[in-house]
Design a protein around this ligand. Structure first.
Ligand SMILES: Cc1ncc(COP(=O)(O)O)c(C=O)c1O
Length: 394
């Protein structure tokens, strides 16, 4: 590594996603077929109607220089309005669209700018392990102290564990539905987290990246009981499925949203305009109502296929079928002799099955794998589990 690279940057290198990208590039170059159970993104394109509307807007306004101009760092006003309406329709207390909603360049920027807005370098921030790997890179980059509580091996978080976590930190990040576990907050937990946030004045970054991908559970909002200290961070990467187009949002109390807007001016300034237009049309044109039910049904049947194959072919594997999200997080300690990272690399290279090892989500994941059911159709998910099972048993 070059001598000039900062401690801050080298602290987040090599990143887990780059490791995975390298693996994918290697498999592509080799021309071998492979199974993508590693991806955190949808394998279903957004509805073509909304893409056509965007194309028309771009064509009609192509000679209009304002289309290419800087846009408000808080986001297009109509989009902020649509996001506020959308959140209210999904049961969250309605944020003020003009002062409490900020459009971000994806969910990652929303988390980054929220943490930067409510903590200073060195401030302790809590996560429940296993935790989404970008939480670690954002906290390391911002110089926060990471406080972890472990949910292994049950993946449940008891009331005492939450109380302990909130007693030791300035902010907590919780993904709901969670990545990688698929865990969702119950009504009681949402209430508990809200009470802890308001009583202890601890900010809760409520990361709702998968907020419309629910199969059975009900969607709960700690925001509804503690508006001042709960910050919603969302993204349109998963629904309608435009992760590369980089658009998300933060909804928060006005003072926090104001700070988030300022932080964002120093990062990407404004989210890409074509992406904002697409999301605006998606939300206001009624596309989601027509598109999402089919997507949910498809993911539900893929989840069944993946869970069924695991139960049949790896009966000693332990996992909870997730009620939301796009992942099954599976404990393979009865089968795995090596560390999950080493094993995930070997099955990728030798057998063309891409998975994410539990080690990337913090301590305790040495025998766990995250399997995504968002990309591959059911048949291929079953085939991939056959390959996994024969390698584990062989
Ligand atoms: C839990 C969670 N939060 C945030 C994100 C980031 O979303 P985005 O792609 O919009 O930056 C992801 C993406 O996988 C995620 O799984």
């Amino acid at each position: 590594m070059a001598a000039g690279v900062s401690r801050r940057a080298s602290g987040i290198m090599p990143s887990p996603t780059m490791w995975i990208q390298d693996m994918v590039s290697m498999l592509r170059r080799s021309g071998k077929e492979y199974y993508s159970l590693h991806v955190g993104q949808p394998g279903i394109s957004p509805p073509s109607g909304v893409v056509e509307v965007l194309s028309r807007v771009l064509r009609e306004r192509s000679g209009d220089v304002s289309l290419y101009a800087y846009a408000p760092p808080r986001g297009i006003p109509e989009l902020r309005e649509a996001i506020a309406r959308d959140l209210a329709s999904l049961g969250r207390v309605r944020p003020d669209p003009s002062r409490g909603v900020v459009v971000t360049t994806g969910g990652i920027e929303g988390i980054f700018s929220s943490i930067a807005s409510v903590t200073d370098p060195g401030d302790p921030v809590g996560v429940v392990v296993p935790a989404y790997f970008h939480f670690y890179s954002i906290l390391k980059l911002l110089g926060n102290r990471i406080v972890e509580v472990s949910s292994y091996p049950s993946l449940d978080v008891s009331e005492d564990l939450w109380i302990d976590l909130f007693s030791r930190v300035k902010a907590v990040i919780v993904a709901n539905p969670d990545n990688p576990t698929g865990r969702v907050l119950s009504r009681g937990e949402a209430r508990l987290l809200a009470d802890l946030s308001c009583d202890k004045r601890v900010y809760l970054i409520h990361d709702v990246a998968y907020y419309t991908l629910y199969y059975e559970a009900s969607r709960e909002w700690p925001e509804n009981y503690c508006m001042d200290y709960v910050i919603t961070v969302g993204t349109f990467s998963k629904d309608p499925g435009i992760p590369g187009w980089r658009v998300g949002f933060v909804a928060a109390a006005e003072d926090v949203a104001e700070a988030v807007a300022h932080v964002r001016e120093a990062t990407s300034y404004n989210a890409p305009i074509p992406s904002q237009i697409l999301v605006l049309e998606y939300l206001k044109g009624g596309y989601r109502e027509k598109f999402l039910p089919g997507v949910i049904e498809e993911y539900r049947s893929r989840r069944e296929a993946l869970a069924g194959a695991l139960e049949e072919l790896l009966p000693k594997a332990k996992f909870k079928k997730p009620a939301a999200g796009i992942f099954i997080y599976v404990d393979l300690s009865s089968y795995l002799k090596t560390n999950s990272e080493e094993w995930a690399k070997s099955i990728a290279v030798e057998n063309g099955v891409l998975t994410i090892p539990g080690t990337l989500f913090g301590k305790g994941g040495e025998k766990w794998l995250r399997l995504s059911f968002a990309w591959e159709p059911s048949e291929r998910l079953k085939e991939a589990v056959e390959v996994i099972a024969s390698k584990l048993k062989g």
